[in-house]
Design a binder for this molecule. Structure first.
Ligand code: BTN
Length: 260
């Protein structure tokens, strides 16, 4: 398969039901999140995917910058999920990313709560879910950024060491093949709506569970052991005094516990 991303090359290689029904490839864009939201406001169909050659103002979680130079993958998927599926979309995207990384590169991906995708303990992909409404129609935009063949000297998330797939696998990776596989996996998961099975697959790859962590929310940090996660991705932390606190993925970030 050629490694040239374009509306036509992607569409030709794709055989999905919902995701990718419309493909918008933009060589340079500030952020595919913003572009996908503009699509939503304009009434674009569910499954519209916006893909960037590179982003100039890529967004990460918690208002961080996400760098996506040429050689990386940056895309956003526009969905109109019911309430039952909305909370599972990040988990779905993480599972789809891990599956496609395995299929295309043979590398095993694991997750750092809430939604970092790691290979060999280093961050290789990040997921960002945002939502909005056009009148009384709610939409979700799922952004996925993958470090594929791009240089890794200056990647966006400084809280975690970063890597890319070509470095970990020792050879360059066909981005078109990875993208098509990722969209196909995401399509299968979304159409199945089987949130229980998806959650179990995600949980099985969550390397955070059982570890001592520090959960940072705004200006405060709580330390404890990551005890469990529920089907919506919320984390329960067992504090040192035995108490339990639950965190929603949206509000917090996770660091290794500085006291260990
Ligand atoms: C994170 O790990 O903080 C989430 C990173 C999400 C990056 C992707 S790249 C495609 C989409 N467009 C953006 O501006 N951000 C997301």
């Amino acid at each position: 398969m050629e490694d040239i991303l374009s509306d036509i090359s992607i569409k030709r290689a794709l055989n999905t039901r919902v995701i990718g029904r419309r493909i918008l490839y933009l060589p340079v864009v500030p952020s595919t999140m913003l572009a996908a939201k503009e699509e939503a406001i304009a009434g674009a169909i569910e499954g519209t995917v916006v893909i960037a050659g590179r982003q100039t103002m890529g967004k990460g979680r918690l208002y961080r910058t996400w760098l996506s130079p040429p050689g990386s993958l940056a895309l956003s998927i526009l969905l109109y999920p019911g309430l039952d599926l909305t909370a599972s979309l990040t988990v779905m995207a993480a599972v789809a990313a891990a599956r496609s990384i395995k299929t295309i590169t043979g590398l095993e991906a694991r997750f750092k709560w809430p939604n970092d995708v790691l290979v060999n303990g280093k961050k290789v992909a990040g997921i960002l879910a945002e939502s909005g409404a056009r009148g009384d129609i709610s939409y979700a935009v799922i952004g996925i950024g993958v470090n594929v063949n791009n240089p890794i000297a200056a990647l966006g998330d400084f809280a975690l060491p970063a890597t890319n797939l070509s470095r970990e696998g020792g050879k360059s990776v066909n981005r078109l093949a990875l993208l098509v596989n990722l969209l196909t996996e995401m399509d299968g998961l979304y159409v199945s709506g089987d949130t229980k099975a998806i959650y179990h697959e995600w949980r099985g790859k969550l390397h955070t569970l059982g570890k001592r962590v520090s959960v940072v929310s705004g200006d405060s940090a709580r330390q404890g052991v990551a005890e469990s996660v529920d089907e919506n991705g919320n984390l329960t932390l067992r504090l040192d005094d035995g108490g339990l606190v639950k965190f929603a993925a949206g509000d917090v970030t996770l660091r290794p516990d500085p006291s260990v």
